[in-house]
Design a protein around this ligand. Structure first.
Ligand code: ATP
Length: 270
């Protein structure tokens, strides 16, 4: 029986940033990760540990100091049209309408095919009726939907998402998570998704990569073998969430588990 090659292979990856006049800053340290085709991977870890840096290398925006990322067995050396990167703040073009934004850069053979693709994604993200609207006429959540639709319309094989829901209010975020899962079910793209939100990672991911503080290494890779949509009070959901908090050194009250025990036992007077 042949074993399928992983879609993404991150091998012995390290990155040091040059520091002005000082010794280099080690940001990533010997990261290894293998991602299957169609897998939804979430990456969590302390602020500033190097999550975005890892995504930037995997996407070809940055060159590692050591090691390599391969996609379909080919080393990543530069950005590639087959892969898209979605940031926290939308990059929709304010001067283009929803349908023009989504259709931007489409290269189907005919205009009709392009229009059909645009319409398909407008419907998928629930913006039918807003085709002619401009970004200034839409909410933050709607604009982020346009951004996701634009990314999907170009038919990428990998989506790199860096806190894509981070700028949205809580309720919009919950809705967008559900929508994202539905889109992923339909499209089955390989997704690398960075989030600060542990709950978000447990709701979305097939596997969660927990990174250590800087220089970041992979502390654990946690599989989430729960059917979607995932219930927030499922005991297994809560167990996984607590395991991740524990790995990140945070207790149930959001306190640092490394702190002296008496300072954790007593709530601060502030
Ligand atoms: N171009 C750069 N030059 C020097 N240092 C950088 C550069 N880009 C990032 N860094 C540093 O690398 C470290 C990792 O940054 P990165 O943005 O990858 O972390 P992160 O885990 O995504 O952070 P956050 O969770 O706060 O978004 C930080 O200490 C940051 O200051």
């Amino acid at each position: 029986m042949s074993v399928a090659r992983p879609k993404i292979e991150i091998e012995n990856l390290s990155l040091d940033f040059a520091a002005d006049g000082g010794s280099p800053i080690s940001v990533l340290h010997e990261i290894d990760l293998s991602v299957s085709e169609g897998e939804f991977i979430c990456i969590v870890g302390p602020s500033g540990c190097g999550k975005s840096t890892l995504l930037n290398i995997a996407c070809g925006f940055l060159e590692p100091t050591h090691g390599q990322v391969r996609i379909d067995g080919v080393p990543v050396e530069r950005p590639d049209r087959r892969r898209v990167f979605i940031f926290q703040n939308t990059a929709v073009f304010p001067w283009l309408s929803v349908e023009q934004n989504i259709g931007f850069g489409l290269r189907s053979s005919t205009a009709d095919e392009n229009a059909a693709t645009v319409q398909r994604y407008i419907e998928m993200i629930g913006l039918a009726g807003f085709e002619k609207a401009y970004p200034r006429e839409l909410s933050g959540g709607m604009n982020q939907r346009v951004e996701i639709a634009r990314a999907l319309a170009s038919n990428p094989d990998v989506l790199f998402m860096d806190e894509p829901l981070g700028a949205l209010d809580y309720l919009t975020r919950l809705k967008m998570r559900a929508d994202l899962i539905e889109i992923w079910r339909q499209e089955r793209k390989t997704i690398l998704f960075v989030t600060h939100d542990v709950d978000e990672s447990v709701q979305l991911a097939d596997r969660i990569v927990v990174m250590s503080k800087r220089p970041a290494s992979v502390k654990a890779v946690i599989p989430v073998d729960l059917p979607r949509p995932r219930s927030l009070d499922d005991p297994e959901y809560l167990r996984i969430r607590d395991e991740i908090f524990h790995l990140m050194g945070i207790d149930h009250f959001g306190r640092n588990e490394d702190a002296p025990s008496d300072s954790r036992a007593r709530p601060s007077a502030e």
